[in-house]
Design a protein around this ligand. Structure first.
Ligand code: AMP
Length: 513
């Protein structure tokens, strides 16, 4: 298998005049992308003097330089470490230190906050702002053609989004990313030269990873600087054959916006994932956006590729089987093995709940510089995902929760997602999240954090009756907390750890009074 950058160079050769990357009013063709990439590759080897395997942090808001830097690093045999621009400078500095990055590319918007922390590191990296003269100078270096590297070389160090503890760097090889790209073509869609991908979510994660197959096929990447529903809908009107990624919370924001109900003929595929999509939200999305939705279940450790719920799987009559399918994460993606294991590593029968494990050429080599975490995640050839779920007789996987989010109350297992699905049936509930709070008698008790729909009336009694109608009594939340918004990380995932912390601080406060 070639250096993954070579796949892009093939497309540059076959379709030099097509638009490759656009941002605002700027646009570059595949030929220009190739030229810039090769010059940057030459510069990275020559000026900061980077060597094969060195890590390069890319920390910038969504900007057009992102892709040329990713491919320049790969052409030069280097490893990229994309970092979400909204992280705190201290978190960025943790990633720079942990990955021992030798170079950091960032933007004007971030440099003032980053420079002081990066300057204090024991081995300060080479730092370059992509809008600077220094960057322009790199673009006049002698071009470097793509060098050969083994397919097992690490191409992308993917720092997990850290909804718990410090992020760890999943080591993704050229082969992992190629397998991810093949599975995209096999399961999600065929991409033709000139098709469009609109990016409004951070390029350092799902949106950017799936830009790879799209670019390999000659797709045009349109980068928006942030998630603004009106701007997104405007792009849906302007282009054709559009693919778009949104985390579930972003899909909800899209649906809430006025532009959602337009027909959007240009939108071909909206793929969503990265966090649970509740059935009632999904039904609304299907009503509004039509049969264009693909759900992916993945994690940094097996990038974007574990199971998928196809567009066809989303269709149905609304009967029980259809609703169960909508509540699932679909079936194993092409080339990916998925099983459900008991704690002692035995495969569980259909319908039994256990930990989701996977085995494939998409799975990471391990965590960077973290042998204990690698040993606990990769066991006897399987990646233990930390997610709890069950498989039905047709191979559809229904996820329950992260194993650490499971609530154990009076010795019974309670899966928060089941309760969240019920609460969201209430028309006045905009968002909710259920967690366990420690309880002297029961071990844990169920607490629901609820965000009201603006202007709607909502009482604890009405939520309680809804739960009584749909789930066992012991699973009902014992307490409700009405809040303005759920805490989320930069990728839109709800931070249950923050909710649990809030509860334990409150009970410590109660004890002190
Ligand atoms: P990350 O590695 O930061 O992308 O987080 C991956 C985690 O997000 C998975 O292990 C799941 O817990 C969660 N996740 C991803 N996709 C889905 C999905 N379709 N439904 C529910 N949870 C998901």
């Amino acid at each position: 298998m070639p250096n993954i950058a070579q796949v892009l160079f093939n497309r540059i050769r076959s379709h030099p005049h097509l638009s490759a990357v656009s941002y605002g009013t700027q646009s570059i063709s595949f030929a220009e992308l190739g030229e810039r990439t090769q010059r940057l590759a030459g510069a990275l080897r020559a000026q900061p003097g980077l060597n094969t395997g060195d890590r390069v942090v890319l920390c910038m808001e969504n900007r057009p330089e992102f892709f040329e830097l990713v491919f320049a690093c790969w052409a030069a045999g280097l490893c990229v470490v994309p970092v979400n621009s909204k992280l705190h400078p201290r978190e960025v500095s943790h990633i720079v230190t942990d990955s021992a990055a030798r170079a950091v590319f960032t933007s004007e918007a971030l440099i003032d906050d980053l420079a002081p922390v990066l300057g204090q590191l024991d081995v300060p990296p080479f730092v370059c702002v992509v809008q600077s003269q220094a960057y322009a100078a790199l673009l006049s270096a002698t071009p470097l053609a793509c060098i050969d590297v083994p397919a097992t070389d690490i191409a992308w160090l993917f720092y997990t989004s850290g909804t718990t503890g410090k992020p760890k760097g999943a080591m993704l090889s050229h082969r992992n990313l190629m397998v991810m790209s093949w599975a995209y073509f096999a399961d999600i869609e065929h991409v033709s030269p000139g098709d469009t991908k609109v990016h409004a979510a951070p390029l350092s994660h799902a949106s950017g990873l799936y830009a790879l197959p799209h670019l390999f096929a000659g797709g045009h990447q349109i980068i928006l600087s942030g998630f603004e529903p009106d701007l997104i809908f405007e792009r849906f009107e302007r282009h054709r054959n559009i693919t778009f990624f949104a985390a579930p919370t972003m899909v909800i924001r899209l649906l809430q916006s006025g532009g959602a109900s337009a027909p959007h003929p240009g939108l071909r595929t909206l793929y969503y994932g990265g966090a649970p999509m509740y059935v009632s939200d999904l039904q609304r999305a299907l009503d509004v956006l039509g049969p264009r939705l693909f759900q992916l279940y993945g994690q940094g450790e097996s990038p974007m590729t574990l199971t998928g719920l196809s567009k066809q799987d989303h269709l149905g009559s609304g009967d029980a089987a259809h609703l169960a399918r909508l509540g699932s994460a679909g079936t194993a993606r092409t080339g990916i093995e998925i099983r459900v294991f008991s704690e002692d590593g035995l495969e569980l029968p259909v319908g039994e709940v256990g930990e989701v494990v996977t085995r494939s050429d998409c799975v990471m080599a391990g965590y960077w510089n973290n042998e204990p975490a690698t040993r606990s995640a990769l066991r006897e050839g399987w990646l233990w995902t930390g997610d709890v779920g069950m498989m039905d007789e047709r191979g559809y996987l229904t996820l329950r929760d992260r194993s650490k989010d499971l609530i154990i109350s009076g010795g019974s297992n309670i899966y928060p997602r089941e309760i969240e699905e019920v609460l969201l049936k209430h028309p006045a509930v905009l968002e909710c999240s259920v967690v366990g709070a420690s309880h002297p008698e029961w071990g844990e008790e169920v607490v629901a954090f609820v965000v009201r729909r603006p202007g709607a009336e909502l009482s604890e009694q009405s939520l309680d009756s809804l739960c009584l109608e749909h789930i066992a009594r012991f699973k009902r939340p014992k307490r409700y907390r009405f809040i303005e918004a759920l805490p989320k990380n930069n990728y839109g995932k709800v931070l249950k750890t923050a909710l649990r912390q809030q509860l334990s601080q409150d009970s410590a406060g109660d004890g002190a009074r």
